[in-house]
Design a protein around this ligand. Structure first.
Ligand SMILES: NC(=O)c1ccc[n+]([C@@H]2O[C@H](COP(=O)([O-])OP(=O)(O)OC[C@H]3O[C@@H](n4cnc5c(N)ncnc54)[C@H](O)[C@@H]3O)[C@@H](O)[C@H]2O)c1
Ligand SMILES: O=S(=O)(O)c1ccc(CO)cc1
Length: 477
């Protein structure tokens, strides 16, 4: 059986502890997995100094060499998949099979960005004879990054991959509740020969760390994934200090189910995807707008599939859905379910906690939920689906667009005309048709409206981590 990693800070190429710690819990049984060091101001100062030195070295390292180190680290992460999957399944409750896939996804982010590191092209711009204009793309500088608890490996990987590929150094504050993935990433880069100070990993009180790092002169980009409320707070702090931000924030993804699909097949696919990571995914399919002609059959298939989900400790191979990450989510989901019921929704399955040890919440299907129920506006961030009927595609699109969020959206249809309408009208950064997968390494991912700004992944991902310098070169003085 693999073991849970030793919890440490990683600063200037060295692991260190701190006299102050916080416990990391296993959400399946509330046992303590380890104690996480809390960074003091002196640790943050050391990380800043190290990151300046790291930037000096890394920004002058050839892109091919940067890519080599990234690929080596990724290969170590792939070799250590079982150990990392064990860590993230233990700390988050994620089913072990999903945890293994998350490790692979994280590696794909490193591998994609390692390739992009070598394609940071500039341009030569034709103009008057005797003068040449050029652009070059250079690393933006030191990045302060904040990754969330729901994907302990692939979310830190997104940010570390972007920064390192572009030639930046990074101070990553990963999630305190799920530090294992980020610790394994730092370990892999250390073993792959990354120069000291290029990647620094800290944990602590999130607001203390962001309040300290964001205003620092050395900090040149703030990259955050998490809730819209916190993202807005960090954006305004960054704005006060004139710093650019990359924000991947909340979602409340609509799924438009048209009347030309097999409702049974669509219902099973949807319910299976809904319970992925216990629904704690910013792209999780949540508001299902189903054409009235296929509504009943869709609801029936969805509900049966959701109710049959094998819920248990993520570490067990047979588990399809683990606990939610913490007691806060249990309370939030219970309150949303009770509110929906009180406002006239039908609870078709679930709606409550399972057992009294560990943070298990039943896969929950709410149907005919009125617009004024809280869950229609607030991201449930849990295994909770809303299924409402619509009379037309236009009505579904209007409902899909009614919220301030615009991250992922989905459409299930065989009609090219329906697809075209959704492409034109649905307000979302990512629209997926006939698949409930929203992002892969090779495509840009990010939101519109309250879901944030900027893109991670794809060709666009490295734009934020670089600045364009324009060079005007006159041939004669
Ligand atoms: N987009 C995502 O992937 C994502 C991930 C995690 C949570 N969330 C959203 O957050 C909601 C609640 O999660 P929570 O209970 O952890 O709430 P939260 O809003 O307190 O925290 C969200 C994330 O932001 C970080 N954070 C909070 N305050 C911060 C600060 N001042 N500086 C830097 N980082 C800070 C936290 O460590 C956490 O990772 C969820 O319901 C969901 O909507 C979104
Ligand atoms: O695994 S993904 O669905 O691509 C995904 C997208 C975004 C986030 C951020 O919460 C996590 C996983």
């Amino acid at each position: 059986m693999p073991t849970y990693p030793d919890l440490k800070l990683y600063i200037g190429g060295k692991w260190r502890s701190s006299p102050e710690t916080m416990p990391v819990l296993n959400p399946a049984d509330e046992s303590v997995l380890g104690f996480l060091p809390i960074a003091r101001q002196s640790d943050l100062d050391d990380a800043l100094l190290a990151a300046v030195e790291g930037l000096r070295v890394w920004s002058c390292t050839a892109p091919r060499k940067r890519a080599e180190i990234m690929m080596r680290a990724s290969s170590l992460l792939r070799e250590r998949n079982e150990e990392i999957a064990f860590a993230i399944s233990s700390e988050l409750g994620k089913p072990i099979r999903q945890a293994r896939l998350e490790v692979i996804r994280g590696c794909e982010f490193f591998e994609w960005d390692a390739g992009e590191a070598q394609r940071l092209y500039g341009r030569v711009i034709p103009s008057e004879p005797g003068i040449r204009y050029m652009t070059v793309r250079q690393p933006i500088g030191m990045v302060a990054a904040f990754s969330p608890w729901n994907f302990p490996m692939s979310q830190p990987a997104r940010k570390v991959a972007g920064a390192l590929a572009a030639g930046c150094s990074i101070i990553l504050k990963a999630a305190e509740e799920t530090p294992g993935g980020a610790i394994h990433i730092a370990r892999a880069f250390h073993d792959a020969g990354l120069p000291p100070g290029v990647l620094n990993l800290v944990f602590g009180i999130p607001s203390v760390i962001s309040d300290y790092l964001i205003p620092q002169d050395q900090t040149r980009l703030i990259a955050f994934t998490g809730s819209t409320a916190v993202g807005r707070h960090l954006t305004s702090l960054a704005g006060r200090h004139g710093k650019p931000v990359l924000m991947e924030l909340g979602g409340h993804a609509p799924v438009i189910v048209c009347d030309d699909v097999d409702p049974h097949q669509a219902g099973i696919l949807s319910a299976t995807r809904k319970v992925r990571n216990s629904g704690q995914v910013c792209t999780s399919p949540t508001r299902f707008f189903v054409h009235e002609r296929v509504f009943d059959r869709f609801v029936d298939a969805f509900t049966r599939q959701a109710a049959a989900t094998v819920v248990g400790n993520g570490i067990e191979e047979k588990t399809e859905m683990g606990p939610v990450a913490n007691a806060r989510r249990l309370e939030a989901l219970t309150a949303l379910s009770e509110d929906a019921l009180a406002k006239g929704a039908r609870v078709l399955t679930g709606g409550q906690r399972i057992g009294d040890k560990g943070y298990f919440f039943a896969p929950t299907v709410l149907a005919d939920v009125p617009d004024h129920a809280r869950v229609m506006q607030e991201e449930p961030f849990g295994p909770m689906a809303i299924i409402n009927r619509v009379a037309s595609l236009d009505e579904a699109i209007a409902k899909a667009n009614a919220l301030p969020f615009g991250l992922a959206a989905y459409g299930l249809t065989h009609s090219a005309a329906n697809v075209d309408k959704m492409i034109n009208l649905v307000e979302a950064g990512n629209l997926s048709i006939n698949t409930l997968e929203a992002s892969v390494a090779e495509t840009p991912f990010g939101g519109v409206k309250a879901s944030g700004f900027g893109r991670e992944g794809g060709e666009e991902g490295l734009l934020h981590y670089t600045v364009v310098k324009t060079v005007s070169h006159k041939m004669e003085l």
